[in-house]
Design a protein around this ligand. Structure first.
Ligand SMILES: NC(=O)c1ccc[n+]([C@@H]2O[C@H](COP(=O)([O-])OP(=O)(O)OC[C@H]3O[C@@H](n4cnc5c(N)ncnc54)[C@H](OP(=O)(O)O)[C@@H]3O)[C@@H](O)[C@H]2O)c1
Length: 326
């Protein structure tokens, strides 16, 4: 089969399209012939050695994908050859070969059905980012209708957080540097979007929401923006830290947490057990069915154009970036 093989961790450019032997299923595994795979920033983090997992090389990146089962090994699992399936969070693309390939071996327990009414593209790219967002919302326990701030609001996790937050009954404000995306984000459930590079964004937020302060922030960005996020939090506000696309937070002062008793917590979608992941996924699909929202596709590249697809992801998409494999 054709696959994008990463020769060396620490060298993203060592990834090249080549022929590798087809995978064979171990006990409890299925082989998916892939139609689409979706990109995530973590693929690149792993490739450049900035990720906890250090798989053996050569490695194939790619965690999300959709396809048809062409081989299966095991019984009593409810799946059969020719079934269509997508991949729930798991070790695919992390410690085992991933979806930037024509075929991938997946533990059967990590397979999910395509939700009713969803397109293949929508189902190929959703599980990781929507479950991440779901954890960011639910990690603090019961959350009454709240004012939520989402940084990196146009990305995979950001769009998921707008849609899920809206479906949960929250008022969601997003931050995105690209004004061309704002109308669409509002159409999909955001109350308002501001530019994090606009020095006035905090003032504009205040004008929009009045005395109300932010109850929950879902932060995908980190960097110097994080201190601005802290500044708009209300008493007992909570910050779910998902990503740090802008790098470490400079000059973080713990005193900023004292007086409003702010809480900061990490989100790690990989920490879900398989049962928790399936329950979170079911909850996500139910929430999206409530509003009729679906994952947004930014752009679909040809399989041979994977490096270009990564450039698009780094540039800042609106939703998810995919490659079409079949
Ligand atoms: N903790 C977990 O379990 C977990 C799970 C999934 C993802 N993540 C992490 O969460 C982060 C977001 O993931 P994603 O899939 O949503 O990423 P994404 O699809 O690449 O989107 C991120 C968005 O953030 C904005 N952005 C990018 N760099 C920025 C910067 N330097 N300053 C301000 N805004 C910036 C861009 O929007 P604009 O151009 O519109 O501003 C971009 O569309 C990543 O770091 C990812 O690794 C963590």
């Amino acid at each position: 089969m054709k696959a994008w093989l990463l020769d060396k961790i620490g060298d993203f450019d060592s990834m090249h399209l080549t022929d590798v032997p087809d995978p064979t299923p171990g006990e409890g595994e299925a082989i998916l012939e892939l139609d689409y795979a979706a990109l995530n920033p973590a693929d690149k983090y792993l490739a450049i050695g900035q990720y906890p997992a250090k798989p053996r090389t050569p490695h194939i990146l790619g965690r999300d994908g959709i396809g048809t089962i062409v081989q299966i090994h095991g019984s009593d699992h409810g799946w059969k050859v020719a079934d269509r399936a997508a991949i729930l969070r798991g070790d695919v693309g992390v410690s085992r070969w991933g979806t930037f390939a024509q075929r991938v071996s997946v533990p059967i327990e990590n397979l999910i059905r395509i939700p009713k009414g969803w397109t293949d593209q929508q189902a190929s790219c959703a599980s990781l980012v929507y479950m991440t967002s779901y954890q960011a919302y639910t990690t603090w326990g019961e959350l009454p209708p709240s004012l939520v701030l989402v940084t990196g609001a146009s990305g995979g996790v950001g769009v998921a957080s707008i849609q899920l937050g809206d479906a949960m009954g929250h008022r969601v404000i997003g931050l995105s540097r690209d004004q061309k995306k704002w109308d669409e984000l509002i159409e999909h459930g955001a109350d308002a979007i501001f530019d994090p590079n606009d020095k006035e964004w905090r003032k504009k937020l205040k004008e929009r929401v009045g005395e109300k302060k932010v109850d929950l922030a879902i932060d995908n960005i980190g960097g110097s923006l994080f201190n601005d996020v802290l500044a708009v939090m209300g008493n007992h506000g909570k910050i779910s830290c998902v990503g740090r696309l802008a790098g470490p937070v400079p000059e973080f002062n713990t005193a900023s947490l004292f007086f409003r008793r702010l809480k900061i917590g990490g989100v790690a979608v990989g920490e879900y057990t398989n049962d928790e992941a399936h329950a979170a996924w079911d909850a996500v699909v139910n929430l999206l069915n409530k509003t009729g929202e679906r994952p947004l596709i930014d752009q679909v590249f040809a399989f041979e154009e994977l490096p270009k697809a990564f450039e698009r992801l780094a540039h800042g998409p609106l939703g998810k970036v995919l490659v079409k494999i079949k």
